[in-house]
Design a protein around this ligand. Structure first.
Ligand SMILES: Cc1cc2nc3c(=O)[nH]c(=O)nc-3n(C[C@H](O)[C@H](O)[C@H](O)COP(=O)(O)OP(=O)(O)OC[C@H]3O[C@@H](n4cnc5c(N)ncnc54)[C@H](O)[C@@H]3O)c2cc1C
Ligand code: FES
Length: 353
């Protein structure tokens, strides 16, 4: 099963009704949990949501709080039409409830808070973006532009907080609201016009799939290189790391055939400030190997869907067996999913820093 240190049982301090269908869940952490829950703006937690049918389901929710403002960590959950977990959370979670979560993870986070940022969000896509806005304003020095689309005024999550931030940082935060009820659905062409003045910024896009496609197409048409466009896709995990995360034993290579294929590779891993060198059986996935060896490597879905296990290959090569979340540009930068990676070269170096 998952190493116990990977699951945190958090107490809910407060539930904030942000809009009629979006609730923020604020956590009350013990000092030990605070260290384990250290996160970067834009990262997410994986929550275990009870289910009478199957024990539980796992769902990712981005942290909408900032690690730099002294506020308690919180996630913000918006009801999905016909969805299970989002309704369960909004209907059942109360102050004093306890929720099991996996440690923060994800790669939707600015490399530097000092760069100029163009944040393009729609609906619940504001959640990780809110964390980035607050963090950049509190800790960084660049310009922050937020383009935020919603169905109507009542569905704007964090409207009040954003107004307060814009008043406090008039020289740094540009806030552009788009309301479908007034302006219609934003088209690629309209987004192109809106985003044109900010093409030198680092772009972050999060929202429903059609919105993300329109925003990304607009940015590409404005010649923003893909390496400067990060996207977070909100999908429901197919698997459940809480229920089924037995660790697949890393297959020992016998070497009996004497062939190159049977010799394990060697992997050097930098994780939590420590270095490890391990024999890596060629048919084992990197995450399976690390967990089996007792290392606290991050993960959530273990199916190539969430990016929680993303790490960087600093030398050597791996092959990803499945990938639904990293884009070609991420892979060009050396980012891979540990839960789907097997070695291609005899020596591989990996960094989680
Ligand atoms: C990295 C990441 C961060 C995220 N952050 C947030 C966040 O901050 N806030 C937020 O609100 N959400 C976030 N999400 C989305 C969240 O994880 C869930 O996907 C979302 O809450 C919907 O879950 P659900 O259980 O309510 O819906 P589900 O039950 O998963 O249903 C989702 C959709 O699938 C349909 N569906 C369900 N079951 C079936 C079926 N058997 N056959 C066909 N269709 C079906 C439903 O009708 C619904 O339209 C994030 C996702 C990821 C991956
Ligand atoms: S753990 Fe989700 S992609 Fe690897």
């Amino acid at each position: 099963m998952i190493p116990v240190s990977n699951i945190l049982r958090l107490r809910v301090a407060e539930v904030i009704e942000e809009t009629a269908d979006a609730h923020s869940i604020v956590f009350d952490l013990t000092p030990e949990q605070r260290a384990a829950l250290a996160y970067r703006p834009g990262q997410f937690l994986t929550l275990r949501v009870p289910s009478e049918q199957c024990g539980s389901v796992a769902r990712c929710y981005s942290l909408s709080s900032s690690p730099f403002t002294g506020d308690a960590p919180q996630v913000t959950v918006k009801r999905t039409d016909g969805g299970y977990a989002s309704h369960w959370i909004c209907d059942n979670v109360r102050p004093g409830s306890e929720i099991e979560v996996l440690a923060p993870s994800g790669v939707f986070s600015p490399a530097s808070l000092d760069t100029d940022l163009l944040l393009v969000a729609a609906g619940s896509g504001i959640t990780p973006v809110m964390s980035i806005v607050k963090s950049a304003l509190a800790q960084g020095s660049g310009q922050v532009v937020l383009v935020y689309a919603n169905r109507d005024e009542r569905s704007v999550i964090f409207g009040h907080d954003l107004r307060a931030l814009a008043e406090k940082h008039p020289d740094r935060l540009t806030l552009i609201h788009w309301l479908e009820s007034v302006q219609g659905l934003p088209s690629t062409e309209q987004l192109r016009t809106l985003l044109r003045p900010f093409t030198g910024h680092e772009a972050f896009v999060c929202g429903p799939p059609p919105f993300m496609t329109a925003a990304t197409t607009a940015l590409k048409a404005l010649d923003v290189p893909r390496s400067r466009i990060r996207r977070e896709k909100f999908v429901s995990l197919g698997g459940n790391p809480f229920e089924t995360a037995t660790i697949t034993p890393a297959k020992e290579d016998t070497g009996s055939a004497g062939g190159h294929e049977e010799q394990p590779a060697t992997v050097r891993v930098e994780l939590d400030g420590e270095r490890h060198e391990l024999a890596w059986p060629r048919r084992s996935k990197l995450l399976d190997l690390l967990l089996e060896r007792g290392l606290d490597a991050p993960f959530s879905c273990r199916e190539g869907q969430c990016s929680a296990c993303a790490c960087r290959i600093t030398s050597g090569e791996v092959k990803m067996l499945h990938n639904e979340v990293l884009e070609a540009e991420d892979i060009d930068e050396g980012i891979v999913l540990a839960c789907q990676s097997v070695p291609l070269t005899d020596e591989v170096s990996v960094s989680y820093e």
